[in-house]
Design a protein around this ligand. Structure first.
Ligand code: PLP
Ligand code: COI
Length: 371
């Protein structure tokens, strides 16, 4: 486990702390934390840092969470110049707090910034902002099984300007949301809908960036999945409408009877998931054969029927690792394995979660203690 000093290797900027005039009373907070679900409950504070052309990043401040003032001409409201990240802080058994690979989120945030013509944020500022927020809102960890404090750093074009060009002012904010399970039932296995009418990202587009626009484009197919009784949508590639890419908010893996594990390659049209990369490393540690290869929807259907494919799962920060039990498309449905949680899926999930929560050795040095 990296120490606080290691995490803060670079000079940490000073944050201006604005006291909260009326934090949530403990009893009300406890009620909110009893069953937080995902993305519905928010903590008391937020971080704000503004970038201006010619000035760079301004003062970093942490203060009460609340509505923000935006000019109606703010470029983000018109041209969607916005990016975000998602990562979790965990409460450790000894009462401390830790992040999982936050430098990977910082790096991806900057990769997204470059794609969206936005300024990069120094890693020390990204991680420092998160540390400040977790320290201020340490009472907001939900005491539920699988609970964590989900952190949402994001940046948007706040300049008031309607011309189409990169903005000259950006606002970076971090908010925190106590989180339980992403899927309502804490589902042992989810059902997914293959979108054949809509795609998520095209070659040369923004699929590998974590920008709000990608999610806006996924809402209609995701709603279609829900309307048909499924949990999530899975996208095919835009060019051939054949290769499995990823889900609306998760990467996807396939586990075969020959003991190998496969996931679609980072082709530029899918998000390079940090959970994805971590699971690839854990599977390699176990001696599994790991492949990053394209996999077609027809192969998926055929391999599930023949028994060549034993398991499939979705993975991401919000969803952790969740078995896919059923796949449906306009051509009909098929079941994977028994339709329930897969053995390898469960094992990888447990190994990952144990490392994240500081309950197992961390051979890759992924866990960063922040409190
Ligand atoms: N793919 C998409 C589209 C996502 O939104 C996410 C979630 O962040 C992921 C994959 C998984 O990424 P990570 O494991 O870094 O959370
Ligand atoms: C995450 O897993 O952090 C995500 O961003 C997925 C979704 C909630 C957008």
């Amino acid at each position: 486990m990296a120490t606080l000093a290691e995490a803060a290797r670079m000079d940490m900027p000073a944050f201006t702390r604005i006291p909260h005039p009326a934090p949530t009373p403990p009893e009300a907070r406890r009620a909110l934390l009893a069953d937080p679900g995902f993305g519905k409950v928010f903590s008391d504070h937020m971080v704000r840092i503004v970038w201006r052309e010619g000035e760079g990043w301004g003062d970093a401040e942490i203060g009460p969470r609340g509505p923000i003032m935006l000019d109606p001409a703010a470029a983000v409201l018109h041209y969607a110049q916005e990016i975000f990240e998602g990562l979790k802080a965990y409460r450790l058994a000894d009462g401390g707090t830790a992040l999982f690979r936050p430098e990977a989120n910082a790096a991806r945030f900057n990769a997204s910034a470059r794609r969206l013509a936005m300024p990069e944020l120094p890693e020390a500022l990204f991680i420092g902002a998160i540390r400040e927020l977790v320290a201020a809102d340490g009472e907001w960890f939900p005491p539920v099984d699988g609970g964590s404090l989900y952190l949402r750093p994001f940046m948007f074009a706040s300049e008031a300007f309607l011309g189409v060009r990169p903005a000259k002012e950006y606002t970076f904010l971090v908010i925190a949301s106590p989180a339980g399970n992403y899927f309502k039932s804490g589902a042992p296995a989810v059902s997914i809908w293959v979108s054949e009418d809509y795609t998520r990202a095209a070659p040369g587009g923004t699929g590998a960036a974590k920008c709000g626009g990608n999610y806006a484009a996924s809402l209609v197919p995701q709603a279609e999945a829900i309307a048909r009784g499924h949990d999530q949508v899975v996208f095919l590639d835009a060019a051939e409408r054949r290769w499995i890419e990823e889900l609306g908010g998760m990467n996807v893996f396939f586990a075969f009877a020959d003991g190998s594990l496969m996931t679609p390659p980072l082709s530029g049209t899918i998000l390079p998931g940090i959970t994805r990369e971590s699971l690839l490393a854990l599977a390699r540690d176990e001696g599994l054969t790991v492949r990053e290869e394209r996999y077609g929807i027809d192969q998926w259907r055929g391999d599930a029927a023949s028994g060549k494919l034993l398991e499939a799962f979705a993975c991401g920060t919000a969803a952790v690792v969740t078995s896919i039990g059923k796949v449906a498309s306009a051509e009909g449905e098929f079941t994977i394995g028994s339709g329930g949680p897969g053995q390898l899926t469960q094992r990888l999930r447990q190994r990952l979660v144990a490392i994240q929560r500081g309950e197992a050795p961390d051979p890759h040095g992924w866990v960063v203690r922040i409190g």
